[in-house]
Design a protein around this ligand. Sequence first.
Ligand code: NAD
Length: 337
Amino acid sequence: KKLGWAIVGLGEFATKQIMPSFAECKKSKLVALVSGDRAKAEKYAQQYSVNPKNIYNYQNYDSIRNNPEVDIIYIILPNALHAEYSIRGVQAGKHIMCEKPMAITVAECQAMIEAAKKANRKLMIAYRAQYEPYNLATIQLAQSGKLGKLKLITSDHGRNLNPKEPQDRWRAQKKLAGGGSLYDIGIYSLQAARYITGEEPVAISAMIYSTPNDPRFREVEENVNFVLRFPSGVLANCSSSYGYSNTKRIQVFGSDAVLELDPATDYYKHRLILKSKNGNQEQKIEDKNQFALEIDHLSESIIQNKQPKTPGEEGLQDVKLMQLIYEAARTGKSIKV
Ligand code: NAD
């Protein structure tokens, strides 16, 4: 049986990556759309065989509670709207998949977790890298001792913010985005350090720099460098940028070998190289549609009544840590977590 999914927000990511991925899902089907633009929703409804009676807007969104075809709502809106639409969704009796970052503030994340608990619904954060085969292989290699003792992780995520693109307009507004490059893509660097070590950081330091007079960075930050120290002694050097050329890279340095994943968190075509005394070896792994895998993971978790691997608590932890990264940069002090 396939569970029914509704998508809220028919923007760049939803229409180009998520909606096409339902074709590869085994436990999930797209059955409803929520959009402020009726014509756009009708166009996609036709393309994906969604019944036009299952098109909602932001005003009648709550009436989705009366639609038994919808089991799960996937929130793909600007960050500042994640909390409201997730909470309204669970209150309408539906399970929620919410895009990263989970929300803007720690309090919002906590309210989302509480609302889901109260409604007895599942809440998952769409951390696709944790379902993607190359990242899973990286975790396995790092945690199995294959690299020797882990010493350092570096992760860099950057691109040029381009306010000519509609999806980058709200990203330049603090009110809608919550933060700059850190909230949008630095979160991948932070996630990588956490899922590769399997640990939580105990100390954080950070530095932020935005190019003066660049109108893109009037409200949100451009560059964030942060260092995390983990209980096992592993250090992570991470960066995010809205100013450097497209990069999505992870490196893991062990006492015996170094692993490079580049690109690490792209949509397709990852590349993993193991560097050891035997030279550099490319590790080939079958590429799979990570979006289909994460979507089916939530459907599966609901069918089996299990906690998803990346629940609301995982999203909350990142928002907490990102707030501490901002604080460390602001105060110039290393922060004990
Ligand atoms: P987008 O701007 O293309 O899409 C956002 C959609 O929300 C648009 O259709 C827009 O019309 C709609 N919207 C509704 N209310 C709005 C409002 N008040 N202001 C602005 N837009 C409003 O952005 P996107 O790149 O698709 O990002 C959407 C979400 O998905 C973000 O949270 C982002 O972080 C996340 N995302 C995740 C990934 C990933 O790989 N997991 C990739 C891209 C985006």
